[in-house]
Design a protein around this ligand. Structure first.
Ligand code: ATP
Ligand code: MG
Length: 563
């Protein structure tokens, strides 16, 4: 391809609304174009990369025995209503109706459609197992679309679904996908970690996420350097510490005027936050519960949702808090609640002695509070977020470290959630009906592109790994009006083209500096400069991932490119 004819516009300035390197570089290199918030077009250069990512995924899925098909993105509501997700998706689902008033949605993920397709086509255990997949646009009206194609509202996903007779079969299908995912992300040159993920609300028996390590990642990863345990922050378990052996002291009500936050209390009482227990009221599907964690900890809402089996969880309204505690917000505590509600204490709280809590009276706290004597929680459970330095919940020897990650893939043992809801059954050897056991497996194609850039760029631009670069080689003649230079450059271009290379020739009448800058920005792995030494048949070769420049015979350049 001749750069003079390439549908491309690069830009030097960093676009104002792009916060992270991959988003900035994708816009600057002209790979994508914003149509609306969270909605992007892929331009020719970007689309070449998109297709390569897609093809790597396709090759590995096919090798793993999964069969590709394509489903509509525009889907009738019925199956989602039957599975309960028409409601559960809430505002994240794009909904519309046809001229006859029937409800439709733009598919956010396709468990329902695949389950129905398999239900209607498979009768017997003899036809199982089967794994099907598609690579297709998905639609989610994200609360905060951001970072370009990293979190967008229309995005490309590879979604696969496995159907088995039993748990053992599911484990097999799951492991095949696990291995295929590793091959896919290895081929893309990604440095990633596989973490245990939350499978709570979907009701499955296990799930793992493929996390690309990156400071701009939206997910937290907890990992143990000693035993290799790695889990999403949402899921990472915490251990109950040994119970405190401190003597119980007498409970005291203390005046703490204007001190509502932990910080204000700490300075007012001259103590440390780990002597406090905060009591936060939540509204879980309309029911109010009190949740207690140590003053310096955070409540993990994913753990809480799973514990309560709730669909919707939010902080209780101020009015509810005041009515239940009888005090202004900021003074809630477990002792003498005006209106009894369920009290849930974190496992760490259960081993504390003589702590401080709100007194359910404006401007007052209780000091030297103790479980068993002053109150008894209804439930004690692990409901706080793990933090750096926590004891590893697996080996109980190492400590947890925290890192950020971008979730590019997710594999999930679904079990019978969808097959039950949609009647997806098979007949076993005895002719008995059973629900199929399902797994689902997603990869964000567009997010993966962005993740690759996050890990492969420098100040000058993108450094594409060879396997997904839009073109492998760029030939840059330094002067387009110099016959010797142009002859050699054109000759090389023909040879590369004949050899089947994906090659660009920058035949624009621009200064070499401009061409080099563009080549670096779009990240072509190999650059061949044809300049002064053209008379001797020599060219300069530079690889994008190294600063070395070597002067070689033109034929040697072909060899260096692997042709
Ligand atoms: P997240 O926690 O980031 O919202 P998710 O758990 O909703 O992700 P899944 O439903 O498991 O994601 O979707 C499978 C894959 O699709 C994810 O691993 C991710 O790579 C990709 N993905 C999900 N949401 C988006 C989005 N809004 N934009 C781009 N890719 C996405
Ligand atoms: Mg999501």
């Amino acid at each position: 391809m001749r750069v003079s004819g390439l549908f491309l516009s690069t830009q030097r300035e960093i676009p104002a609304d792009a916060e992270i390197p991959s988003h900035q570089l994708m816009l600057r290199a002209g790979l994508i174009r914003k149509e609306a918030s969270g909605i992007y077009s892929f331009m020719p250069l970007g689309f070449r990369v998109y297709r390569k990512v897609e093809n790597i995924i396709r090759e590995e899925m096919d090798k793993a025995g999964a069969q590709e098909l394509i489903m509509p993105a525009l889907l009738p509501a019925e199956a989602y209503k039957a599975s309960g997700r028409w409601d559960r998706f809430g505002p994240e689902m794009f909904r519309l109706h046809d001229r006859g008033g029937r409800d439709f949605c733009l598919g956010p993920t396709h468990e329902e459609s695949f389950t129905e397709a398999v239900r209607d086509n498979i009768r017997s255990y003899k036809q199982l197992p089967v794994t099907l997949y598609q690579i297709q646009h998905k639609y989610r009206d994200e609360k905060r679309p951001r970072f370009g194609v990293m979190r967008s509202r229309e995005f490309v996903m590879k979604d696969a679904y496995s159907f088995d007779c039993d748990e053992e079969g599911l484990d097999k299908s799951y492991n095949i996908m696990y291995d295929a995912y590793r091959k896919i992300f290895d081929r893309m040159g990604l440095d990633y970690t596989i973490v245990d993920a939350d499978s709570g609300a979907m009701g499955g028996s296990g799930s793992q996420e493929f996390m690309v390590k990156s400071d701009v990642g939206e997910d937290g990863i907890c990992y143990c350097g000693k035993c290799g345990y790695a889990a999403n922050e949402e899921k990472a378990a915490t251990c109950a510490p040994a119970p405190s052996e401190e003597e119980m002291k007498d409970i005291e009500k203390i005046l703490t005027p204007d001190a509502k936050t932990i910080e204000e209390l700490v300075s007012f009482l001259g103590t440390t936050p780990d002597n406090f227990v905060k009591t936060i009221l939540y509204n879980a599907d309309g029911r109010i519960v009190a949740v207690m964690v140590r003053g310096d900890r955070e409540i993990n809402e994913t753990k809480l949702v799973n514990l309560l089996g709730a669909n919707e969880l939010e902080l209780a309204a101020f009015d509810d808090v005041e009515q239940i505690t009888g005090a202004k917000v900021g003074f809630a505590g477990p002792v003498d609640l005006k209106k009894k509600i369920e009290v849930i204490a974190d496992i760490e709280v259960a081993s504390m002695r003589n702590f401080i809590v709100g007194a359910n009276e404006t401007d007052y706290h209780f000091k030297n509070v103790n479980i068993g004597r002053d109150f008894t929680p209804d439930t004690v459970a692990d409901i706080r977020s793990a933090v750096e330095g926590d004891l590893c919940p697996k080996c109980k020897e190492g400590t947890l470290s925290l890192a950020r990650g971008i979730e590019v893939g997710h594999i999930f043992k679904l079990g019978t959630k969808y097959s039950k809801a949609l009647g997806c059954i098979y007949l076993d050897k005895e002719g008995k009906e059973n629900n199929m056991i399902m797994g689902c497996y997603g990869i964000g194609v567009s997010r993966t592109m962005a993740a690759v850039i996050e890990q492969h760029h420098d100040d000058d631009g993108i450094i594409w790994p060879e396997g997904i670069a839009p073109y492998q080689v760029i030939i840059i003649p330094t002067k387009t009006n110099d016959e010797t230079i142009m002859n050699l450059a054109e000759d090389l271009y023909s040879k590369f083209t004949e050899a089947g290379a994906e090659v660009l020739i920058d035949d624009r009448n621009e200064r070499p500096g401009v061409k080099f800058k563009d080549a670096d920005l779009i990240g072509i792995p190999m650059r061949i400069t044809v300049g002064r030494a053209a008379g001797e048949g020599k060219v300069e070769v530079k690889f994008r991932n190294s600063s070395d420049v070597s002067e070689v015979e033109a034929s040697e350049a072909l060899r260096m490119a692997g042709f």
